[in-house]
Each structure stands twice: as C-alpha cells, then as structure tokens.
Ligand binder design. Sequence first.
Ligand code: CMP
Length: 140
Amino acid sequence: MALERTLSMIKPDATARNITGAIIAKLEGAGLRVIAQKRVKWSEAQAQKFYEVHKERPFYNDLVAFMTSGPIVMQVLEGEDAVARNREVMGATNPQEADEGTIRAEFAENIERNSVHGSDSAENAAIEIALCFDESEIVG
Ligand code: CMP
C-alpha cells in the first residue's frame, strides 16, 4: 500500500442540501484525511476545463451547467491507497448501482446530481489537484 493523494469534490446538489459535513464524515471514516479544502463557485470556463475529458459526451453541457449552478467544496484527500479508497466510499457513479453505505447510495439524487466526484487514477489525481489547488494551499 502507498500513501496517496486524490482530488475530491462535493457537488452543488450536496452543498444545497447542507450535507457537506455528513459527506466529510464518511470520507474521514474511510481513513481519508482532508489536507486541503475550499468552497468555491466555478465559472463556466473552470467547469469546462475540469471536465474537458468528457467534452464529446452527450451529458457534457448539462454537467457543466450543473457544476456551475451552486457552490462546490474541493478537497485533497490523503491516505493509504487514497484514490481507490475514495472511489470505494463514494460508490458507483449511478446511485442506483452504488453499494449500501456508500456516499452515493445514501445521498445522491441521480447519475448527474451524484453528490461527489473523485479522481479515477493517481495520474488524474495529480492533474486535478494541480488544477484546483496551489501547492501552498495543501497543508497536511
Ligand atoms: P464525475 O465523477 O464527476 O465525472 C463525470 C460526471 O458526469 C459524473 O460524475 C456524473 O455526475 C456525470 N454524468 C452525467 N451523466 C452521466 C452518464 N450518463 N455517465 C457517466 N457520467 C455521467
């Protein structure tokens, strides 16, 4: 096992319902440590850049509109195998397929309004963290 970092985001459906604390409790309960955190409202350009990899997907425009519809909480999580551990506690992208006890099974409304994002690989985690945080904002 390796100490890793991953990028986590709490999405507008969750900030609107005032459940950021409940979500962070699940992340911490899974052994992940929040080592950077900020609440922001993305511009359209920021959301487009973050989700550029999905540009050709049919849901891209809706996703950008949703992710700019309200505040988000961006966090760097650190822990043993943090990328996989975060994805495990998040549950499947589609909440109907998410295992019981996961964040998405408990809180997500649907596949778009699915409460959280997490990097899908260590490589993408490094890219996403660099996109969202200055090194000086990551404080352990
Ligand atoms: P996320 O982990 O943030 O990465 C891309 C997001 O696109 C995904 O979570 C979903 O919220 C959203 N999305 C909307 N529709 C779909 C879909 N049909 N398949 C995959 N992701 C989708």
